[in-house]
Design a protein around this ligand. Structure first.
Ligand SMILES: Cc1cc2nc3c(=O)[nH]c(=O)nc-3n(C[C@H](O)[C@H](O)[C@H](O)COP(=O)(O)OP(=O)(O)OC[C@H]3O[C@@H](n4cnc5c(N)ncnc54)[C@H](O)[C@@H]3O)c2cc1C
Ligand code: SF4
Length: 328
């Protein structure tokens, strides 16, 4: 591990001041960043601990829920308002990692955790454009079973690993950001980037910009929502494919629907095409399948991950079918 300094910020202004030092990184629970430092994939010269930022979970008068960036994953999953009003978020968080890691991990860190592409972690022998821009990508032509089927580029086919972010994308969550230039908000679906020619640039954040909170909209339909994760082991494994879904029916017709996919792209993938294909249509399995097909029409499998297309199709249909049960 490369030597570094450690300091603790008391609030966002303090974090921005301390984070302005060249080579500084923010530290949440450290469950991803510290691993990357041990592997010398990341070598920050200064760590600014941001767990002193707000960890509150505030139910606001307009029906929105504001979750501080330092809130631990466990605290979010267990919060009464989250369990009752956004069950897909509780399920997504609990489907991730282990209880110990969720107790440490923060909301800000979860959003900004880095890919689990095994070649990205293999600093000794593999070429990786994300780790060393312009170097090439050994996954293309290598073993690519866990990689992306949507939105990838010849430069990078990595996926975003977060379960929580898939639910946040489906819910229409908004990230609250703060930098030296001031505060702004960004829909979560616009926060992460597709790889294009620059997979090393993973988000739309400016240098040193902080995530200070995540806002969930008042979304009554989210009370009937769920999260399905398909993985190689029943626990402690990242998603091959996951689906966050919410469904609102009226007289057997789909009045509204929210769908997002995990494990398939460089960012949490909101399935806007599937949603558009379903709205106003009868809530039937055939229509769920047609909606999945609409979303997956542009899927481009690699040598080893063609199975993800059918898996995603079936998981979408199953997740919506489960929600139909809530209306029975
Ligand atoms: C064995 C293992 C299994 C796992 N399995 C899963 C899984 O199945 N599903 C899943 O979703 N995740 C899984 N994870 C990942 C885990 O969820 C993340 O490591 C965790 O959410 C990261 O949060 P953290 O607070 O520890 O982030 P840190 O490691 O502290 O930081 C991560 C990144 O976020 C940045 N950062 C942190 N806070 C802020 C902020 N407020 N503003 C700006 N930048 C910030 C840091 O600089 C760093 O770049 C697993 C991790 C491990 C180790
Ligand atoms: S897929 Fe992306 S992260 Fe993985 S080795 Fe290739 S460039 Fe690196």
């Amino acid at each position: 591990m490369t030597p570094f300094t450690y300091s603790r910020a008391v609030d966002a202004a303090d974090a921005l001041r301390q984070g302005a030092v060249a080579g500084a990184s923010y530290l949440g629970g450290g469950t991803n960043l510290v691993d990357l430092m041990r592997e010398t994939i990341e070598r920050p010269g200064a760590l600014v601990d941001v767990t002193g930022l707000s960890s509150g979970i505030e139910e606001r008068g307009d029906g929105t829920l504001l979750i501080g960036a330092a809130a631990r994953n466990t605290a979010v999953a267990e919060h009464r308002a989250v369990r009752e009003r956004y069950p897909m978020l509780t399920r997504a968080i609990v489907a991730g990692a282990s209880a110990q890691i969720r107790n440490m991990a923060t909301v800000g860190g979860n959003i900004l955790q880095r890919t689990r592409c095994t070649y990205f972690y293999d600093d000794d022998g593999s070429r990786c454009n994300k780790r060393a821009p312009g170097q090439g990508c050994d996954v293309i032509g290598g073993f690519n079973r866990i990689h992306a089927i949507l939105g990838a580029s010849p430069a990078c086919v990595a996926t975003h690993p977060s379960d929580m972010c898939v639910a946040l994308a489906a819910l229409g969550a908004v990230a609250h950001l703060r930098s030296a230039r001031g505060e702004r908000t960004l829909p979560l679906t616009d926060l992460h980037r597709l790889p294009e020619d620059h997979p090393e640039i993973e988000t739309m954040l400016e240098a040193g910009e902080l995530v200070t909170a995540v806002e969930l909209p008042a979304l009554p339909m989210a009370r009937r929502s769920s999260y399905r994760k398909v993985r190689d082991r029943a626990s402690y494994a990242f998603a091959l494919v996951s689906v966050a879904a919410a469904l609102e029916l009226e007289g057997g017709m789909v009045k509204d629907v929210r769908l997002a996919l995990g494990g398939v792209a460089h960012k949490p993938w909101r399935a806007f095409k599937a949603e558009a294909a379903l709205k106003g249509r009868p809530a039937t399995e055939a229509n769920f399948r047609a909606a999945a097909d609409a979303e997956l029409a542009e899927a481009r499998p690699l040598r080893d991950n063609g199975f993800k297309i059918e898996l995603a199709r079936r998981t979408i249909v199953a997740a919506l079918g489960e929600l139909m049960g809530a209306y029975a």
